[in-house]
Design a protein around this ligand. Structure first.
Ligand code: NAD
Ligand code: GLY
Length: 350
Protein backbone atom coordinates (compact mmCIF):
# COMPACT_ATOMS: atom_id res chain seq x y z
CA UNK A 1 0.00 0.00 0.00
CA UNK A 2 1.30 3.48 -0.88
CA UNK A 3 -0.11 6.87 0.10
CA UNK A 4 1.08 10.06 -1.61
CA UNK A 5 1.93 13.14 0.43
CA UNK A 6 1.27 15.88 -2.07
CA UNK A 7 3.54 18.78 -1.13
CA UNK A 8 6.27 20.79 -2.91
CA UNK A 9 8.64 17.84 -2.53
CA UNK A 10 5.98 15.11 -2.86
CA UNK A 11 6.73 11.61 -1.66
CA UNK A 12 5.09 8.34 -0.74
CA UNK A 13 4.44 6.56 2.52
CA UNK A 14 4.90 2.82 1.86
CA UNK A 15 3.15 0.46 4.24
CA UNK A 16 4.73 -2.97 4.53
CA UNK A 17 6.53 -2.64 1.21
CA UNK A 18 10.17 -2.47 2.26
CA UNK A 19 12.14 -5.40 0.95
CA UNK A 20 15.41 -4.05 -0.36
CA UNK A 21 16.42 -0.48 -1.22
CA UNK A 22 19.41 0.47 -3.35
CA UNK A 23 21.24 3.81 -3.13
CA UNK A 24 24.22 4.88 -5.21
CA UNK A 25 25.35 7.26 -2.44
CA UNK A 26 26.68 7.03 1.08
CA UNK A 27 23.97 6.33 3.62
CA UNK A 28 23.93 7.04 7.34
CA UNK A 29 21.38 5.33 9.57
CA UNK A 30 20.42 7.33 12.66
CA UNK A 31 18.95 5.17 15.38
CA UNK A 32 19.09 4.67 19.14
CA UNK A 33 20.60 1.93 21.27
CA UNK A 34 17.26 0.20 21.98
CA UNK A 35 16.13 0.04 18.37
CA UNK A 36 19.62 -0.88 17.14
CA UNK A 37 19.72 -3.90 19.42
CA UNK A 38 16.30 -5.11 18.29
CA UNK A 39 16.13 -4.35 14.60
CA UNK A 40 19.30 -2.92 13.07
CA UNK A 41 20.56 -6.23 11.67
CA UNK A 42 17.25 -6.74 9.94
CA UNK A 43 17.41 -3.25 8.41
CA UNK A 44 21.04 -3.61 7.31
CA UNK A 45 20.04 -6.60 5.18
CA UNK A 46 17.59 -4.40 3.33
CA UNK A 47 19.84 -1.40 2.66
CA UNK A 48 22.36 -1.49 -0.19
CA UNK A 49 24.49 1.61 -0.71
CA UNK A 50 27.97 2.79 -1.61
CA UNK A 51 28.83 2.81 2.08
CA UNK A 52 26.54 2.45 5.11
CA UNK A 53 27.32 4.16 8.42
CA UNK A 54 25.39 3.89 11.66
CA UNK A 55 24.99 6.54 14.34
CA UNK A 56 23.30 5.22 17.45
CA UNK A 57 22.35 7.72 20.14
CA UNK A 58 21.09 7.31 23.70
CA UNK A 59 17.43 6.46 24.05
CA UNK A 60 15.01 9.06 25.38
CA UNK A 61 13.13 12.29 24.83
CA UNK A 62 15.54 13.97 27.25
CA UNK A 63 18.30 13.59 24.64
CA UNK A 64 16.24 15.34 21.97
CA UNK A 65 18.33 18.50 22.27
CA UNK A 66 21.00 20.62 20.62
CA UNK A 67 23.84 18.78 22.29
CA UNK A 68 22.81 15.49 20.67
CA UNK A 69 22.35 17.25 17.32
CA UNK A 70 25.91 18.51 17.52
CA UNK A 71 27.19 15.01 18.34
CA UNK A 72 25.33 13.58 15.35
CA UNK A 73 26.65 16.29 13.04
CA UNK A 74 30.22 15.70 14.24
CA UNK A 75 29.96 12.01 13.44
CA UNK A 76 28.54 12.79 10.01
CA UNK A 77 31.53 15.05 9.27
CA UNK A 78 33.90 12.34 10.50
CA UNK A 79 32.25 9.91 8.07
CA UNK A 80 32.85 12.52 5.33
CA UNK A 81 29.24 12.48 4.24
CA UNK A 82 28.62 14.85 1.36
CA UNK A 83 25.62 16.69 -0.02
CA UNK A 84 24.51 13.64 -2.02
CA UNK A 85 24.53 11.41 1.05
CA UNK A 86 21.27 10.20 2.50
CA UNK A 87 20.18 9.93 6.13
CA UNK A 88 17.78 7.23 7.29
CA UNK A 89 15.95 7.87 10.56
CA UNK A 90 15.30 4.47 12.08
CA UNK A 91 13.37 4.69 15.34
CA UNK A 92 10.43 6.39 17.03
CA UNK A 93 9.37 10.00 16.82
CA UNK A 94 12.38 11.24 18.75
CA UNK A 95 14.66 9.82 16.05
CA UNK A 96 12.54 11.01 13.10
CA UNK A 97 12.29 14.53 14.57
CA UNK A 98 16.04 14.70 15.16
CA UNK A 99 17.03 12.93 11.94
CA UNK A 100 14.88 15.25 9.86
CA UNK A 101 16.31 18.28 11.61
CA UNK A 102 19.92 17.14 11.12
CA UNK A 103 19.20 16.36 7.46
CA UNK A 104 17.77 19.85 7.01
CA UNK A 105 20.92 21.57 8.28
CA UNK A 106 23.82 19.27 7.30
CA UNK A 107 25.67 21.15 4.55
CA UNK A 108 22.43 23.17 4.07
CA UNK A 109 20.30 20.08 3.58
CA UNK A 110 20.62 16.47 2.46
CA UNK A 111 17.93 13.93 1.62
CA UNK A 112 16.47 11.71 4.29
CA UNK A 113 13.95 8.94 4.63
CA UNK A 114 12.02 7.77 7.67
CA UNK A 115 11.65 4.17 8.75
CA UNK A 116 9.51 4.55 11.87
CA UNK A 117 9.62 1.78 14.48
CA UNK A 118 6.89 2.97 16.88
CA UNK A 119 3.17 3.12 16.24
CA UNK A 120 3.24 6.80 17.17
CA UNK A 121 5.88 7.56 14.57
CA UNK A 122 4.02 5.55 11.90
CA UNK A 123 0.70 7.27 12.49
CA UNK A 124 2.04 10.80 12.96
CA UNK A 125 5.66 11.80 13.58
CA UNK A 126 7.33 10.33 10.49
CA UNK A 127 4.89 11.92 8.04
CA UNK A 128 4.57 15.58 7.18
CA UNK A 129 8.04 17.06 7.56
CA UNK A 130 7.91 18.63 11.00
CA UNK A 131 11.36 18.22 12.51
CA UNK A 132 12.78 19.55 15.73
CA UNK A 133 14.22 19.37 19.20
CA UNK A 134 13.44 20.64 22.69
CA UNK A 135 15.25 23.19 24.81
CA UNK A 136 14.81 24.44 28.35
CA UNK A 137 12.05 26.82 27.26
CA UNK A 138 9.86 24.09 25.86
CA UNK A 139 9.16 21.30 23.47
CA UNK A 140 9.96 21.30 19.76
CA UNK A 141 10.81 25.01 19.89
CA UNK A 142 13.80 24.61 17.54
CA UNK A 143 13.30 22.96 14.18
CA UNK A 144 12.32 23.16 10.55
CA UNK A 145 9.75 22.01 8.05
CA UNK A 146 11.69 19.56 5.92
CA UNK A 147 10.01 16.70 4.09
CA UNK A 148 11.51 13.22 3.80
CA UNK A 149 12.03 11.61 0.38
CA UNK A 150 9.97 8.59 1.48
CA UNK A 151 8.55 6.90 4.56
CA UNK A 152 8.51 3.13 5.06
CA UNK A 153 6.20 1.85 7.81
CA UNK A 154 6.89 -1.82 8.49
CA UNK A 155 4.59 -3.60 10.92
CA UNK A 156 7.32 -6.21 11.59
CA UNK A 157 9.24 -3.59 13.62
CA UNK A 158 6.23 -2.79 15.79
CA UNK A 159 6.03 -6.30 17.20
CA UNK A 160 8.59 -5.52 19.93
CA UNK A 161 6.72 -2.49 21.31
CA UNK A 162 5.47 -2.61 24.88
CA UNK A 163 1.78 -2.14 25.61
CA UNK A 164 2.58 1.32 26.96
CA UNK A 165 4.22 2.33 23.68
CA UNK A 166 1.34 0.92 21.64
CA UNK A 167 -1.14 2.86 23.74
CA UNK A 168 0.89 6.04 23.29
CA UNK A 169 0.66 5.59 19.52
CA UNK A 170 -3.05 4.98 19.84
CA UNK A 171 -3.40 8.37 21.56
CA UNK A 172 -2.35 10.20 18.38
CA UNK A 173 -4.75 8.03 16.36
CA UNK A 174 -7.61 8.84 18.76
CA UNK A 175 -6.64 12.50 18.33
CA UNK A 176 -7.15 12.29 14.57
CA UNK A 177 -10.46 10.45 14.96
CA UNK A 178 -11.87 13.05 17.36
CA UNK A 179 -10.98 16.03 15.20
CA UNK A 180 -11.51 14.62 11.71
CA UNK A 181 -13.49 11.43 11.53
CA UNK A 182 -15.98 10.25 14.14
CA UNK A 183 -16.40 6.92 12.30
CA UNK A 184 -12.85 5.98 13.23
CA UNK A 185 -13.85 6.26 16.88
CA UNK A 186 -16.34 3.42 16.30
CA UNK A 187 -13.50 1.31 14.91
CA UNK A 188 -11.32 2.13 17.94
CA UNK A 189 -14.16 1.35 20.33
CA UNK A 190 -14.61 -2.05 18.71
CA UNK A 191 -10.93 -3.00 18.95
CA UNK A 192 -10.17 -5.59 21.60
CA UNK A 193 -7.86 -3.56 23.84
CA UNK A 194 -6.32 -6.63 25.49
CA UNK A 195 -5.33 -8.13 22.18
CA UNK A 196 -4.15 -4.76 21.00
CA UNK A 197 -2.04 -3.87 24.02
CA UNK A 198 -0.53 -7.34 24.29
CA UNK A 199 0.78 -7.20 20.74
CA UNK A 200 -1.59 -9.97 19.69
CA UNK A 201 -2.71 -7.57 17.05
CA UNK A 202 -3.40 -8.83 13.68
CA UNK A 203 -1.19 -7.12 11.14
CA UNK A 204 -4.48 -6.16 9.53
CA UNK A 205 -5.51 -4.04 12.54
CA UNK A 206 -2.15 -2.30 12.81
CA UNK A 207 -2.02 -1.66 9.09
CA UNK A 208 -5.55 -0.32 9.08
CA UNK A 209 -4.65 2.10 11.88
CA UNK A 210 -1.54 3.24 10.01
CA UNK A 211 -3.41 3.58 6.72
CA UNK A 212 -6.30 5.58 8.18
CA UNK A 213 -4.02 7.98 10.03
CA UNK A 214 -1.60 8.47 7.13
CA UNK A 215 -4.57 9.04 4.84
CA UNK A 216 -5.84 11.79 7.18
CA UNK A 217 -2.38 13.26 7.64
CA UNK A 218 -1.80 13.24 3.86
CA UNK A 219 -5.04 15.19 3.38
CA UNK A 220 -4.07 17.77 6.02
CA UNK A 221 -0.41 18.21 5.05
CA UNK A 222 -1.22 18.41 1.35
CA UNK A 223 -3.61 21.29 2.03
CA UNK A 224 -1.49 23.10 4.62
CA UNK A 225 2.14 21.99 4.64
CA UNK A 226 3.48 24.83 6.82
CA UNK A 227 0.66 24.92 9.38
CA UNK A 228 -1.10 28.16 8.61
CA UNK A 229 -4.60 26.83 9.36
CA UNK A 230 -5.94 23.32 8.94
CA UNK A 231 -2.73 21.62 10.14
CA UNK A 232 -2.97 23.45 13.43
CA UNK A 233 -5.88 21.15 14.27
CA UNK A 234 -3.39 18.27 14.59
CA UNK A 235 -2.12 20.03 17.69
CA UNK A 236 -5.32 19.17 19.56
CA UNK A 237 -4.25 18.27 23.11
CA UNK A 238 -0.67 19.39 22.48
CA UNK A 239 -0.88 22.88 23.99
CA UNK A 240 -1.51 21.21 27.35
CA UNK A 241 0.72 18.19 26.66
CA UNK A 242 3.81 20.25 25.92
CA UNK A 243 3.52 22.07 29.25
CA UNK A 244 3.08 18.76 31.08
CA UNK A 245 6.07 17.18 29.34
CA UNK A 246 8.26 20.20 30.04
CA UNK A 247 7.18 20.41 33.69
CA UNK A 248 7.89 16.70 34.22
CA UNK A 249 11.25 17.03 32.43
CA UNK A 250 10.32 14.56 29.67
CA UNK A 251 10.68 11.68 32.13
CA UNK A 252 7.28 10.86 33.58
CA UNK A 253 5.07 10.56 30.52
CA UNK A 254 5.51 9.21 27.02
CA UNK A 255 4.56 11.85 24.48
CA UNK A 256 1.33 10.01 23.60
CA UNK A 257 0.39 9.80 27.29
CA UNK A 258 0.84 13.55 27.72
CA UNK A 259 -1.27 14.06 24.60
CA UNK A 260 -4.00 11.87 26.13
CA UNK A 261 -4.11 14.08 29.24
CA UNK A 262 -3.96 17.15 26.99
CA UNK A 263 -6.93 15.96 24.97
CA UNK A 264 -8.97 15.45 28.11
CA UNK A 265 -7.99 18.93 29.32
CA UNK A 266 -8.95 20.41 25.94
CA UNK A 267 -12.27 18.52 26.03
CA UNK A 268 -12.95 19.82 29.54
CA UNK A 269 -12.27 23.38 28.37
CA UNK A 270 -14.53 22.84 25.33
CA UNK A 271 -17.24 21.44 27.59
CA UNK A 272 -16.99 24.40 29.97
CA UNK A 273 -17.27 26.80 27.04
CA UNK A 274 -20.35 25.01 25.72
CA UNK A 275 -18.59 23.86 22.54
CA UNK A 276 -18.74 20.15 23.27
CA UNK A 277 -21.44 18.11 24.89
CA UNK A 278 -20.80 16.05 27.99
CA UNK A 279 -21.59 12.81 26.22
CA UNK A 280 -18.76 13.22 23.68
CA UNK A 281 -16.37 14.33 26.41
CA UNK A 282 -17.20 11.18 28.40
CA UNK A 283 -16.98 8.96 25.34
CA UNK A 284 -13.45 10.13 24.50
CA UNK A 285 -12.39 9.77 28.13
CA UNK A 286 -13.69 6.20 28.16
CA UNK A 287 -11.76 5.37 24.99
CA UNK A 288 -8.55 6.82 26.47
CA UNK A 289 -9.13 4.78 29.65
CA UNK A 290 -9.71 1.64 27.60
CA UNK A 291 -6.10 1.87 26.38
CA UNK A 292 -4.78 2.63 29.90
CA UNK A 293 -3.94 6.17 28.85
CA UNK A 294 -3.84 8.79 31.61
CA UNK A 295 -6.38 11.62 31.61
CA UNK A 296 -5.37 13.48 34.73
CA UNK A 297 -2.29 15.53 35.63
CA UNK A 298 -2.11 17.22 39.00
CA UNK A 299 -1.40 20.88 38.34
CA UNK A 300 0.58 22.31 41.24
CA UNK A 301 0.45 25.96 40.28
CA UNK A 302 -2.35 27.07 37.96
CA UNK A 303 -0.80 30.49 37.18
CA UNK A 304 2.53 28.91 36.28
CA UNK A 305 0.80 26.36 34.04
CA UNK A 306 -1.12 29.16 32.34
CA UNK A 307 2.03 31.26 31.83
CA UNK A 308 3.77 28.30 30.18
CA UNK A 309 1.21 28.40 27.34
CA UNK A 310 2.84 31.60 26.13
CA UNK A 311 6.02 29.76 25.11
CA UNK A 312 4.06 27.45 22.83
CA UNK A 313 4.62 27.84 19.08
CA UNK A 314 0.87 28.12 18.67
CA UNK A 315 0.79 31.35 20.65
CA UNK A 316 0.68 34.35 18.31
CA UNK A 317 0.67 38.01 19.35
CA UNK A 318 0.21 37.01 23.00
CA UNK A 319 -2.92 35.03 22.09
CA UNK A 320 -3.01 31.35 22.88
CA UNK A 321 -4.47 29.24 20.09
CA UNK A 322 -6.44 26.42 21.64
CA UNK A 323 -7.52 23.57 19.40
CA UNK A 324 -10.83 22.39 20.75
CA UNK A 325 -13.22 19.70 19.58
CA UNK A 326 -16.61 21.16 18.76
CA UNK A 327 -18.54 17.97 18.05
CA UNK A 328 -17.34 14.60 16.93
CA UNK A 329 -15.01 14.70 13.94
CA UNK A 330 -14.85 18.51 14.12
CA UNK A 331 -12.43 20.92 15.76
CA UNK A 332 -11.95 24.65 15.90
CA UNK A 333 -9.17 27.10 16.75
CA UNK A 334 -10.06 29.47 19.59
CA UNK A 335 -7.76 32.35 20.43
CA UNK A 336 -10.15 34.58 22.34
CA UNK A 337 -10.87 32.54 25.45
CA UNK A 338 -10.88 34.71 28.55
CA UNK A 339 -8.13 33.95 31.04
CA UNK A 340 -10.70 33.32 33.77
CA UNK A 341 -12.31 30.55 31.72
CA UNK A 342 -8.97 28.87 31.10
CA UNK A 343 -8.05 29.15 34.77
CA UNK A 344 -11.41 27.71 35.78
CA UNK A 345 -10.72 24.62 33.66
CA UNK A 346 -7.16 24.27 34.94
CA UNK A 347 -8.52 24.40 38.48
CA UNK A 348 -10.39 21.17 37.79
CA UNK A 349 -6.94 19.53 37.63
CA UNK A 350 -5.63 20.79 40.96
P1 NAD B 1 10.37 7.57 21.09
O1 NAD B 1 11.00 7.83 19.80
O2 NAD B 1 11.05 8.04 22.32
O3 NAD B 1 10.11 6.01 21.20
C1 NAD B 1 9.49 5.53 22.35
C2 NAD B 1 10.30 4.38 22.97
O4 NAD B 1 10.14 3.20 22.19
C3 NAD B 1 11.80 4.63 23.04
O5 NAD B 1 12.29 4.12 24.22
C4 NAD B 1 12.32 3.84 21.86
O6 NAD B 1 13.66 3.44 22.00
C5 NAD B 1 11.41 2.65 21.88
N1 NAD B 1 11.28 1.95 20.62
C6 NAD B 1 11.28 2.48 19.39
N2 NAD B 1 11.00 1.53 18.49
C7 NAD B 1 10.85 0.37 19.17
C8 NAD B 1 10.54 -0.95 18.80
N3 NAD B 1 10.28 -1.28 17.54
N4 NAD B 1 10.46 -1.89 19.77
C9 NAD B 1 10.67 -1.55 21.08
N5 NAD B 1 10.95 -0.32 21.49
C10 NAD B 1 11.03 0.64 20.54
O7 NAD B 1 8.90 8.19 21.16
P2 NAD B 1 7.66 8.14 20.15
O8 NAD B 1 6.49 7.94 21.00
O9 NAD B 1 7.87 7.24 19.00
O10 NAD B 1 7.64 9.63 19.56
C11 NAD B 1 7.48 10.76 20.40
C12 NAD B 1 8.22 11.92 19.78
O11 NAD B 1 7.67 12.20 18.51
C13 NAD B 1 8.12 13.19 20.59
O12 NAD B 1 9.37 13.79 20.68
C14 NAD B 1 7.17 14.04 19.79
O13 NAD B 1 7.41 15.42 19.97
C15 NAD B 1 7.45 13.60 18.41
N6 NAD B 1 6.33 13.81 17.47
C16 NAD B 1 6.58 14.47 16.33
C17 NAD B 1 5.58 14.67 15.42
C18 NAD B 1 5.86 15.36 14.12
O14 NAD B 1 4.93 15.62 13.37
N7 NAD B 1 7.10 15.66 13.82
C19 NAD B 1 4.29 14.16 15.67
C20 NAD B 1 4.08 13.47 16.86
C21 NAD B 1 5.11 13.30 17.75
N1 GLY C 1 1.97 16.18 14.63
C1 GLY C 1 1.37 17.36 14.19
C2 GLY C 1 1.70 17.72 12.81
O1 GLY C 1 2.37 17.00 12.12
O2 GLY C 1 1.32 18.77 12.37
Amino acid sequence: MQIKIDVDRSYFVFIDELEKIYFDTKVVILTNDTVAKLHLDNLLHKIHAKEVFVISIKDGEKYKNLQTIEEILNQMFQYKLDRKSLLISFGGGVISDMGGFVASIYQRGIDFINIPTTLLACVDASVGGKTGINNKFGKNLIGSFYQPKAVYCQSEYLKTLSSRELAAGMAEFIKMAVIFDGKILDFIENLDENDFLNSNNSEQNINQIIQESVRLKAMVVSKDEKESGLRMLLNYGHTFAHVIENQTKYKKYLHGEAVAIGMHMANTLALNLGLLDAQVCQRVKKILNKFNLPVFYKILDVEKFYEAFFLDKKTHHEKINFILPCGLGKACIKNDIAKKDIIRTLEEFL
